[in-house]
Ligand binder design. Structure first.
Ligand code: SIN
Length: 530
């Protein structure tokens, strides 16, 4: 058993920010299931929403967030995160992050995205996340108090309840599959921080990288923490539609710079759905595209930014430009084929503005968590902001609540027991179930829902869940099996929460209840195992 002052699971903006600051007070382990740079953060293109211009104000950013969130944001949380944004940006810059600046004035060059009333997106060309990830990882590498455990898959949290202790429920550590040594190890800490990102991979089409399998939410749920608002899955309106480019995002910033959505006939259509046209909030744009595709039978729509002067797209969006060009699309001359795809989990482990969950000793920060910032629909580029601000607050909270001096209370955590299990003999069964979950979630639980489709999904998921449990007990654990177990759990939570909400609001749209019901539903859905 290895003991640390802090265990962070995940290596995106939230996990790395937390680790760097917590390391001032004690030893930190970062448990990450693939290479350290494999995170949603590294893929983020658009940027970080933050009030940095004199023409902007915290009030305007708060209002834009509340409007996008469709009545479900927690206003106090929104205000705190928005107003602490500049300080978090300052901290990122101190760590070495470069945001683009106007070459003449030296001021930040601020981008525009859907639902924002002002230009307020700090960016680093169109690879903002990669810039942040690279700089934070460099700082982590230089810190002797931080140990990064790559290819270590967190299996389950260890709690007093799991061990049958009479003491109040609390988190004591976790079991982790060390994929390098191929064995399960036990990690002990009184402060576990989940920063595992979202669950886009639960859907057939997603902008998310392979690592986004909802591991944190599934683990927290099994440990007895409360989970909120999982019905609100954000579909990004513009994922590149091309057989050789699965999951490639065409940033909303392209629409912010004047890109316009057009149909197969070359005509604009967004004015028929919202007066903000192509820059309406994402729930509206994604639903409009879904409808256009269904009505016209076309496989995709197009994003047209060809009216910009030659060289503009190449200079402002080099990553998007190069990727499209390799696939035969010259974004300076050709409209880009796009479809909506699962992008962001607005719900998650229920936490306060400091990342504290309902289970003592457990914090959750970033996409894995539900602070109340996003409500029923996240405003573009508010997520990196949330990760950076709440990670800093979580560090302060952890320091206050639990003294870090001295030895942790000695608990004899039992080792992982391996029963009479064998190696998975046929990987095909695991891959089949993976595909089935992702397909059924796409067909029954995506942009437009009905009670009947949700019921079908729930029935299939029950069967899949039973089968996956059997694999789990009978076979040696592998990362594929663990991801499958988490996917089926998270899919079930999404369906359960969606079935509870008998109205349409933000990202949850059901044909059975097409109207918003403010009388009954200005509240979060909550699931708890205990
Ligand atoms: C994008 O660049 O469109 C993604 C930004 C975000 O999801 O906040």
């Amino acid at each position: 058993m290895k003991t640390y002052d802090f265990i962070v699971v995940g290596s995106g903006i939230a996990g790395l920010t937390f680790a760097l600051q917590a390391a001032q007070k004690g030893s930190v382990a970062i448990v990450t299931k693939k290479d350290r740079g494999d995170s949603n953060t590294a893929k983020a293109q658009g940027g970080v929403a933050c009030v940095e211009s004199n023409e902007d104000s915290f009030d305007q950013h708060v209002q834009d967030t509340l409007i996008a969130g469709a009545g479900l944001c927690h206003e106090d949380v929104v205000r705190t995160i928005v107003s602490e944004g500049p300080q978090a940006i300052e901290q990122l810059i101190k760590t070495g992050v470069n945001f683009d600046r106007d070459p003449d004035s030296g001021e930040f060059s601020l981008g525009m995205e859907g639902g924002h009333s002002q230009r307020r997106i700090l960016h680093s060309k169109d690879t903002t996340g990669l810039e942040i990830e690279t700089r934070l990882l460099a700082a982590v590498a230089a810190n002797d108090n931080i140990e990064v455990l790559e290819h270590h898959f967190a299996i389950d949290l260890i709690t007093t309840r799991r061990l049958g202790f009479a003491s109040p429920p609390r988190c004591l550590g976790m079991y982790v599959l060390d994929e390098i040594e191929n064995k399960v190890i036990t990690l002990r800490s009184d402060r576990v921080i989940l920063c595992t990102g979202g669950c886009g991979r639960v859907y057939l089409y997603t902008t998310n990288p392979k690592v986004a399998t909802g591991d944190g939410v599934a683990m927290a749920w099994r440990a007895g923490a409360k989970i909120s608002n999982m019905e609100f899955i954000q579909f990004h309106p513009t994922c590149l539609y091309h057989p050789d480019a699965k999951s490639f995002l065409i940033s909303e910033a392209v629409r912010g710079e004047g890109g316009v959505l057009i149909g197969q006939d070359g005509k604009e259509f967004m004015h028929r759905y919202d007066k903000r046209k192509s820059l309406a909030p994402r729930d509206i744009v994604a639903r409009a595209i879904d409808r256009e595709i269904k009505v016209t039978g076309a496989p995709c729509v197009f994003l047209d930014i060809t009216h910009q002067p030659p060289g503009f797209v190449k200079q402002r969006f080099p990553h998007i430009y190069d990727t499209c060009l390799k696939l035969g699309i010259d974004a300076e001359k050709d409209p880009i084929p796009v479809v909506p795809a699962a992008h962001y989990q607005c719900g998650g482990v229920q936490v306060d503005v400091n990342g504290k969950s309902s289970l003592s000793g457990l914090w959750a920060v970033g996409e894995v968590a539900c602070t109340g910032l996003h409500g029923a629909n996240r405003l573009a580029s508010n997520s990196l902001l949330e990760g950076a601000v709440v990670a800093q607050r979580a560090v302060q909270d952890v320091f206050q609540k639990l003294p870090v001096d001295g030895e942790p209370e000695s608990f004899d955590l039992p080792e992982w027991t391996v029963g009479n299990v064998t190696d998975v003999d046929e990987l095909v069964v695991i891959y089949h179930n993976w595909d089935e979950i992702r397909r059924l979630m796409w067909d029954y639980v995506s942009i437009v829902r009905t009670g009947k489709r949700l019921q079908r999904a729930a029935t299939r998921l029950q069967n899949l869940s039973r089968e996956v449990q059997e694999f789990y007990w009978n076979f040696k654990v592998t990362s594929e099996l663990l991801e499958l177990r988490n996917l089926v759990q998270v899919a079930t939570l999404i369906v359960d929460n969606a079935a509870q909400r008998t109205e349409s609001r933000g990202l949850h749209y059901t044909l059975d209840y097409p109207e918003r019901d403010d009388k009954n539903w200005i509240r979060d859905t909550v699931s708890s195992r205990v």
